[in-house]
Design a protein around this ligand. Sequence first.
Ligand code: PHB
Length: 533
Amino acid sequence: MTAPSPSSSPPPAEAVTPLVRGVAVLTALTEAGGTLSASALERSTGLARSTVDRITATLARMGYVRLDGRDAVLTPRVMELGNAYLSALRLPSLLDGEADALADELDESVSLAVADRDGIRFIHQATRRRAMSVSFRIGDLLPAERTAPGPLFAAEWTDADWSAWHTRRAADPTDAGFPAVPPRTPTAPTDFESRAAQARQNGWSLDDQLIEPGLVAVSAPVRAPVRASAPTSAPTSASARIACVASVVSHTSRHTAADLRETLLPRLRTTVAAMERRLREAAPPEPGPTPAGLATWTTASKHELGRDFVESLARGLTVLTAFGEGRSSLTLTDVAKATGLARATARRALITYEHLGLMAAEDRRFTLTPRVLSLGYPPLSRTTLAHLAAPHLRALADRLHEPTALAVLVPGTDPAEIQYVAVAAAGRVLTVDITVGTRLPATRTALGRALLHAAPHGYALADEELESGLRSIAVPVRDRTGHPVAALNVATHAARRTLDNFLTEVLPHLRATADHIQSDLHLASRFTHVPLA
Ligand code: PHB
């Protein structure tokens, strides 16, 4: 496989400049935690202000960012890029369940990581919430030598890989290229080569506070099954390629590193054996549907936004979404077909991505690299339903000049209660004023009824029942399985709108907003757990 070339080398002549710039903007937003002003984007990307504006306008049109005053803010929709990589990889859908079960059994965090050049990148996190725990996010990149998984991957490095690692260490003495970890002391000694040799012998590896004081981890490799095409005298398991590394992460207040190895490593190994069995027994992936009509969509946007729509950026980004489960390795022809792009356009996008290290090419087939997760995934993998719904609530309240709210059922309440988790006020003097956290009896509110008796395409009304003059209409918000997890409402004073007006003027907007929230939730929860609030 051709190693992804570092993006610091000059782009090939055929590279699509707007796509290179769009990727730079998405990466800068990701590293900043999801939000940057236009001037901060100018500074961090080195692009001119007019370029930044056109790129963010295009990303906004694609639904990947939201423009909020001067700020560009990443939206959950951008997770479709990382989702394309994670579904194509297939490891999360096959192994997340085992990782989560181990975290529950041990009451410690468990992660899955893949190799990303001389770093490791997380593809799953089963995180415990407690005071003494560091938790990385899906998509975070760590320097291999400061982690437990790193030596296991490095055990398979070639001389060229080692020399690339030495070059990177010398060029970046503080690990500035790894924003997820605290800076390294440039003088700190490293015994990485011997740790890698040890890891190869042991089949496990430890991190005794290399990232930061208190943080300890133990790791074991999950090896990919040897394919049927391999000779019958199958290589021993030790020679099968490492698909990913599973780790148990703890804190010295609970476990020393030695203690992790003695007490938790055996249980980690049992899980790894079960993971390897799953990989062996998994049925071949079913190719999912390819996204439809992308090229048509970009042409329509060009008509609408004119000069501000950077068509080659939009077309280039759609190329990433051609990948997915059962579509992990695609030819140029496959990509052109899936996206509806001209071959020449698709080809230039593929060349650009290979240059940026976002794709690898082998025998004329392209695959996404873990670096695709650097396009928005880490900050968004920690979102909540309340958080992702908030801008949609705001837009609805502004459009209708009525307050809107999102509520969930409070678990274990009998009679059932609802709790408000997000609200947007109408900005009127006389308005229904309910704050986040408020609890109400479910059966007396439209929100509660929409949650309790959610029928397909149904809505619920509460007409002056909770309070005279208060009229409320609500619809359910469903998770990926179709289960109603929240309800969205618009409330008004009965004197402002007739019931008829409520149904004809408000309900369609309410439904459209619920659909937007739902589609964000479905994208965000594909590979991460999205708490309600
Ligand atoms: C590590 O310190 O090596 C480490 C930290 C967090 C993880 C895995 C490994 O999830």
